[in-house]
Every structure is written in structure tokens, then in C-alpha cells.
Design a protein around this ligand. Sequence first.
Ligand code: SAM
Length: 282
Amino acid sequence: GSAELREKPRREEEEDEEAVDAMRVCYQGFDPAAYLQFNYTPPRADFQRADSIVPWKLACLHRAFSEGDMQGEVLVDVGSGPTLYQVMSGCEVFGRVVLTDFLEVNRRELQRWLQDGSSSLDWTPYLEYVCQLEGRRPSASSEKAARLRSVVSDVLPIDVHRPCPLAPGTIPANGADCLVSCFCLESVSPDLAVLTRALGHISSLLRPGGHLLLIGALGESYYLGAAGLRIPVVPLDEAQVCSSLKSSGYQLLQLSIYTLPAEMRVGVDDVTGVFFAKARKP
Ligand code: SAM
């Protein structure tokens, strides 16, 4: 019977679901404008500084998409939040970009920028910086903004804790050609086992042979999702990132680590570093 096939005793499954529900409840207080202010303004987004965190992330993404091994039509960004930086390179390579988030407030924030350019954060310096990485003039940023608006086809609800995180029929049946996910899995999961399970769920959205670009926090136990709202995070180390990817069947192509300089520790979290992984689903 099904009892023998169960991987975990029912008690543990129920405890996992309660812990996952508690995370969902935490997110009800998430404030997109505050989150953007905390993480996506200087010093963390200082384009004059070589050691600032956002330029590092943008350079990793740029490099990954320039290597010529990622091809296809559809890119899905998992847990986009209120941010657009993570698809600014990929939007030049893929013809259709799907943004996703669990929260309606975040999806609305993204829709506003897509519709009329209004948003809680000015993305222009980001667009300019990525244009420079691509060897274009910073003034090409308006072309990049137009490109991004034309290729984003949807902003969809997602829940990485469901075996099928997206509503059926929203992306091609054989899966996306590329998945991007930044600071999502570790900040929505109660522990490493649930994080690894969620990685398995999102992998079902990727076609065999497709690529995953995973960016996330190292050594982080909480971050502020709004003023005074501490959201718990699974503190990860490099080895756990690698073993989680391996147990989901990925072939790790590249892993880069950024260590946070003291000046970037501004009290909005206790992150010590950031990882960037490029992996391929066999
Ligand atoms: N990707 C953005 C970035 O790089 O800044 C946002 C990351 S933010 C730390 C985590 C995001 O996960 C939030 O936007 C939140 O709404 C979303 N989220 C919360 N619960 C989720 C769930 N169960 N499934 C998918 N995303 C979830």
C-alpha cells in the first residue's frame, strides 16, 4: 500500500507543512518598497564601487548568458519579488521571459514597471550598467527597457512548496529552457530539507538539457521583509548548495562566491556572502 511508499512518516510531513505555512504567513507583512530600499540602493547597489554586491550579481548573470551555451525560447524567473535586475541580461537571449512571485504586492510592483515605467525603484542605473557590461553605450538603456517590456509575457503566481509550483498550462509542457532564481529558496523554506524539496519542485519546470542560474545568501539567518519584520532564512554554506543541487540531479557548471565587505553589512540582514551557481539539468 501507499504507506510503505511514503518517504517520511506522516508526523514529519505534517510538521513540514506547518513550518511551510508559518513561512507563508510571515510573507503577508512583506513590503516591496522597503525591501527595494534595503537591498537595491547604495551601498549594496553602488555602481561606482567594484566591491558592491549588486554589480557583482549583474556581472555573474552577464557572464553566464554570454557563454553561448544557454539557448532556447523561454526563461522563467522563480520568486522574482519586486525586482527586475535578474532578467536584464537574459532578456537579450530568450524570446519569452516569465516572471513569478508568491505575493500579489510584488507581482503588482512588476506589472506597474512593465506597463508605464512607474515603480518604487528607478531601474535606469541597473539597465545602464548591464548595457555597459554588454559593450553598449549606457544610453542604450532605453532600448534594453523596451526589450525587457516586449519579452516579459507574464507575471504569474508561484508557490515553490507545491509539486507543481505554477498553474498548469502557463509554460510549455516540456518545461522552460532556462530557470533563474535569486534569494528565493533559502528565504521561503524553514530548513534545508524543505529547501531541497522546493528545488526539486522548481526543477520540474525546466526541460532536460536546460540551465539553472541560482543566486542566494550564505550564512544568513534572517532578513528584513519590511521595517521591523524579520523573515527567517536557512543559513547555507557552499557545500550545502552543492549537495542540494547534486541531489536534485543537476550538473554543476560553475560556482562563484562573493564575501560581504564590512560596509555592506547595513543591518537589514545577517548575510555573510552570496553564491552564484550555473547548473545544467541532464
Ligand atoms: N528575487 C528577488 C531578489 O532577488 O531580490 C526577491 C527575493 S525575496 C528575498 C524572496 C521572494 O520569495 C519574495 O518576493 C517572496 O514573495 C517570494 N516567496 C515567498 N514565499 C514563496 C513561495 N512559497 N514560493 C515562491 N516564492 C515565494
